[in-house]
Design a protein around this ligand. Sequence first.
Ligand code: SAM
Length: 247
Amino acid sequence: MSLVFHILTLFPGMFESPFRWGILAKAIQEGKIRVETHDLREYGVGPHRATDDYPYGGGEGMVMKPDPLVAAIEEIRARGAKGPVILLTPQGEVFHQQMAKELASLSDLTLVCGRYEGVDERVRQGWVDQEVSIGDYILTGGELAAMVIVDAVARLVPGVLGNEDSALKDSFEGGLLKYPQYTRPAVFRGMRVPEVLLSGDHGAIARWRRRQALKRTLERRPDLLSKAELDSEDLRFLERLRSEAEG
Ligand code: SAM
């Protein structure tokens, strides 16, 4: 199983370094993912290979022309890519872990990076399947957003993480933030690792971790709890935390 990311960008050079490191570099080497950039300038119009133009109706900035974007999308499609075309835009659905999981099961996907004031509306209407934002702020271009998506999706492609289990225990899996983690030394500048983690009692460790994850989520992201997978013991524990906080 492998996943190909097609990235449409005016700045393909931006993608040279981020995927040369760590888990993603290994995944590329092993053929589990592929990141292909497509330089929009090559599809530009006229002798100057224009990719942007003034907005109809006036106003600030430039708008990305539809013709180069559509030519690039059609060429990628003609070469056999079947997956969704995703436009990076601050107006899209905010990216989340569940979306990353769904995208990780595909064989290919195309990420369109906007620049300037964004892309001509007709591209969105006719050639885009999904619009995704990485948060409520404005970037200068979609490239960093595309990198975030590639990173989050690629690590969920089967076989990319060495230990399959580790993705299952990350924050957001099961709807909770992850418990706090420690490594050696057991005492650092006078701060001790919680005793239970040194006990070797795996049942007690699992219980402690579950409760820490619940506590952390309640403190930092209580909004996640309504969708989390919770059993009766979890609910009792949360109830206790809430009444202690009130009390
Ligand atoms: N004028 C646009 C608006 O107000 O919606 C913003 C354009 S922004 C300066 C240029 C490009 O950066 C966008 O077309 C988009 O591709 C990308 N971008 C900016 N913020 C983003 C975000 N939060 N998530 C995803 N892409 C973003």
